[in-house]
Design a protein around this ligand. Structure first.
Ligand SMILES: *Cc1c(COP(=O)(O)O)cnc(C)c1O
Length: 401
């Protein structure tokens, strides 16, 4: 019997919790939307969010900013990247990552990824030496974590400062340690399609007081840096407050009000994503043409999206496969296209970056498909979607035979 098409939406997130809506209304009624606009004795929403996120993340400091991209730009600048410097990053990532490097006037040096979608640590070591780069902006793209113990050894051996882009790994851990807590800083996004939804927003975490004082000044704190929820002590700012430019990238109280109840239930949301991920992954893994990236036992992931490979698929067949899924209402992204589409991007399409030869990455991406798993999907939805993907994969096989 033919399966019914899937009629749900791949971009529909759950509503903002009622508590968040009430808190947002309260902020609007107060008129005090700016984070430093505080009534006597009031602890503003942004400072509370910083305090709560630092505690949840297990980081000493947390700074709320306007976006994940701003968190990365500020982190790069506050960690000492200068115009003209080379900054290592994964070749497989999204455009805001090379964009953050370009924003500070630096030059991205793209590192190969493995067939399991993580940064290739041998290529990282080789390119660290060859480029003389002192910084790695590590993108934990689509939530896949490299061997973080080995990565930190490679970083140490090559004198690299590591900044982690955790837009897809908020809540993920390696060997029990939270993603974002390995290098100097972790950068998180609160944009609608990430793990907490404020429309836009970012969080920057670190244990380093001077780094965080510079980042705070850059975020646009003026001389109000003491009004932060999880910032360094005022004495750390003594010189930094006068030496650091203000780049206006603050978060406002409205966004923080929306985020705080989501943080309180984030662990439950993560469990929900992983139930959906594991269900679909189990089904897809049975197909002989489909390969799922290996997820090592040290990795605890957050399955807010799923990736799978059809190794050796031609571009024509990839289009056939996408179309067969689309007809059934299943929205897949294919990372093999050199033409960037919607939210996808390819290193060849970043023309402001010097072209780089990345055969291993290109070979992996040519067979890589990706699908969002919003929490609005029921388990039945997941089974139906997996069924359609399997049908489309089998149809490809038959055509090939
Ligand atoms: C979304 C995203 C970012 C940036 O987040 P914004 O809040 O949209 O600026 C950074 N890295 C990756 C991998 C992302 O997907």
């Amino acid at each position: 019997m033919a399966r019914p098409p899937f009629t749900g939406s791949f971009t529909q997130q759950p509503p903002i919790p009622e508590e968040g809506i009430a808190a947002a209304l309260e902020v609007m009624r107060s008129g005090r939307l700016h984070r430093y606009n505080i009534a006597d004795g009031e602890e503003p929403e942004v400072a509370l969010l910083e305090k709560e996120y630092a505690a949840w993340q297990g980081a000493r400091y947390c700074l709320a900013v306007a976006s994940g991209g701003q968190a990365m730009q500020i982190a790069l600048r506050a960690s000492g990247v200068k115009p003209g410097d080379k900054v290592l990053t994964n070749a497989f990532t999204l455009a805001p990552v090379p964009g953050a490097i370009a924003a500070v006037g630096a030059e991205p040096v793209l590192v190969e990824i493995t067939g399991d979608l993580v940064i290739d640590l041998d290529d990282l070591a080789a390119k660290a030496t060859a480029s003389g780069a002192r910084h790695l902006l590590l993108s934990n793209m689509r939530g896949h974590l490299a061997d973080m113990d080995r990565l930190m050894q490679v970083a140490k051996a090559n004198n690299l400062t590591v900044i982690e882009d955790c837009a897809h790994t908020m809540g993920a851990t390696w060997n029990g340690r939270k993603s974002g807590n390995f290098g100097l800083a972790g950068c998180f996004s609160a944009q609608t399609y990430k793990h907490m939804n404020a429309g836009e927003g970012g969080l920057l975490t670190s244990d380093d007081a001077e780094f965080m004082a510079r980042a705070t000044m850059m975020s646009g704190s003026y001389m109000l840096y003491h009004r932060h929820g999880a910032g360094p002590a005022p004495e750390v700012f003594a010189d930094i407050r006068l030496e650091t430019p203000n780049m206006s990238a603050r978060m406002d109280n409205l966004r923080a009000a929306i985020l705080r109840p989501q943080l309180a239930t984030l662990d439950a949301a993560i469990a929900g994503w992983n139930q959906r991920y594991d269900r679909i992954a189990r089904a897809l893994a049975q197909h002989p043409a489909i390969r799922l990236p290996n997820r090592p036992p040290q990795e605890f992931y957050v399955g807010s999206s799923i990736q799978f490979l059809i190794p050796g698929i031609t571009p024509e067949k990839a289009q056939t496969f996408l179309a067969a899924n689309a007809v059934q209402g299943v929205e897949l992204k294919w990372f093999g296209s050199v033409e960037p589409l919607a939210f996808t991007s390819a290193h060849q399409s970043w023309r402001y970056v010097p072209p780089q030869d990345l055969p291993q990455t290109d070979a992996t991406l040519s067979g890589l498909f990706d699908m969002r798993l919003p929490l609005t999907f029921s388990f039945d939805d997941c089974d139906l979607i997996a069924g359609h993907i399997l049908d489309a994969a089998s149809a490809l096989h038959e055509v090939a035979a």
